[in-house]
Design a protein around this ligand. Structure first.
Ligand code: AHG
Ligand code: MN
Ligand code: MN
Length: 343
């Protein structure tokens, strides 16, 4: 028996940091924050837990396959796209601090809490990224971007809330529903990853202060479209393969941007979605795909460009606008800039 009193600090549980605790800590960086931002983010953690539960049971319930509708991008909606969108809209519209929600699955941004003085944020999301992989048990995910209501933006103009360059994001992140479920987010103070502990239903800090390696071993691109890339993209990929950068790269391509990016964040290398014949502006959407990963890449010490300039500097002019994307480690991106941009 010791006569030392037991304090909270000595309990092993005190070493476990949940995402909620982490957000509360991070929130102290926002002057005058009242808890509204952590309440907002809890809407995302709640929704993504519900989505992952559905994804995990995908083969058992009637949730696989197409919904029969086509979304604003002209793409066939999967049932899980629709479910994920509904869950996010439901969970986030219960947060008073949110004034506008914009989703890949909705043509126009949605106004929530009309008239609420407390509605200071817009959340922009891709509810289910990689939906062609749902039916085949391959990783999918959710991406999100959070911006502040711009100065003077009225409640009658939700577009104005979301048409801001990515450099204005105050937080961004994603969840990968992979062999485990992991939430990765940043509020501009480093990148932190939380693995869902399914036994207790909590996201627990597993990857504090993530840094993208300066160089990696893999490039990640849909090589089937190589013939239709602008020639210098194809030449760049040849450079990676031929060993000009000091090693011969191998390739990895999942076809879910969120999972391909997650690997690139952890292992380094480069992920590209260049302009193609069928998508001359690239396929990925600026506001809810490229911007969140560009924000995280930069926060982790990597880079993201649209083939010409920094992704986070692009001023959007429409909600579903597409952009080419080259994102990854410093060494590979510097080579892209030297070889492709300056040639
Ligand atoms: P979504 O499922 O949200 O429409 O996004 C799919 C995207 C992205 O996740 C992935 O990088 C890309 O589509 C794959 O496209 P290709 O099949 O043309 O490679
Ligand atoms: Mn997507
Ligand atoms: Mn999607």
């Amino acid at each position: 028996m010791t006569d030392q009193p037991t304090t909270i600090e000595t309990l092993p549980e005190s070493r476990i940091v949940t995402v909620q605790q982490h957000i509360l800590q991070e929130q102290k960086r926002f002057p005058g924050a009242s808890g509204e931002f952590s309440w907002l983010l809890s809407g995302i953690t709640m929704a993504t837990k519900m989505i992952q539960a559905h994804v995990r049971r995908a083969g058992l319930t009637d949730i696989l396959g197409s919904q029969g509708d086509v979304n604003v991008q002209g793409e066939v909606q999967q049932k899980l796209d629709v479910y994920s969108n509904e869950v996010l809209v439901h969970c986030l519209s219960a947060r008073e601090s949110i004034g506008v929600l914009a989703s890949e699955e909705n043509e126009n941004p949605m106004l929530v809490h009309r008239g609420s003085e407390k509605a200071n944020y817009a959340v922009i999301f891709d509810p289910l990224d990689g939906s062609s992989n749902i039916d085949v048990n391959v990783s999918v995910g959710t991406t999100f971007s959070i911006v502040r209501r711009p100065e003077g933006a009225g409640l009658n103009d939700p577009e104005q809330w979301v048409l801001q360059p990515g450099s204005k994001q105050i937080a961004a992140g994603y969840v990968v529903y992979g062999s485990s479920t992991i939430l990765v987010y940043s509020v501009g103070n480093g990148v932190h990853g939380f693995t869902l502990d399914p036994s207790v239903g909590a996201y627990v800090l597993s990857h504090p202060n993530m840094k993208m390696p300066d160089v990696g071993k893999y490039y990640s691109v849909n090589e089937a479209y190589m013939q239709t890339f602008p020639p210098r993209y194809a030449e760049y990929i040849d450079r990676l393969r031929s060993g000009v950068l000091g090693q011969k790269y191998a390739s990895r391509y999942i076809g879910s941007m969120v999972a391909d990016f997650h690997r690139t964040l952890l292992k380094g290398g480069v992920f590209l979605y260049p302009p193609t014949a069928s998508n001359p502006e690239g396929k990925l959407r600026l506001l809810y795909e490229a911007n969140p990963v560009a924000f995280l890449a930069e926060q982790a010490g990597g880079m993201a460009i649209d083939g010409k300039r920094r992704v986070l500097d692009i001023q959007p002019d429409s909600i579903h606008q597409r952009t080419p994307l080259v994102v990854g480690s410093r060494v590979e991106l510097a080579d892209f800039e030297r070889f492709v941009l300056e040639k």
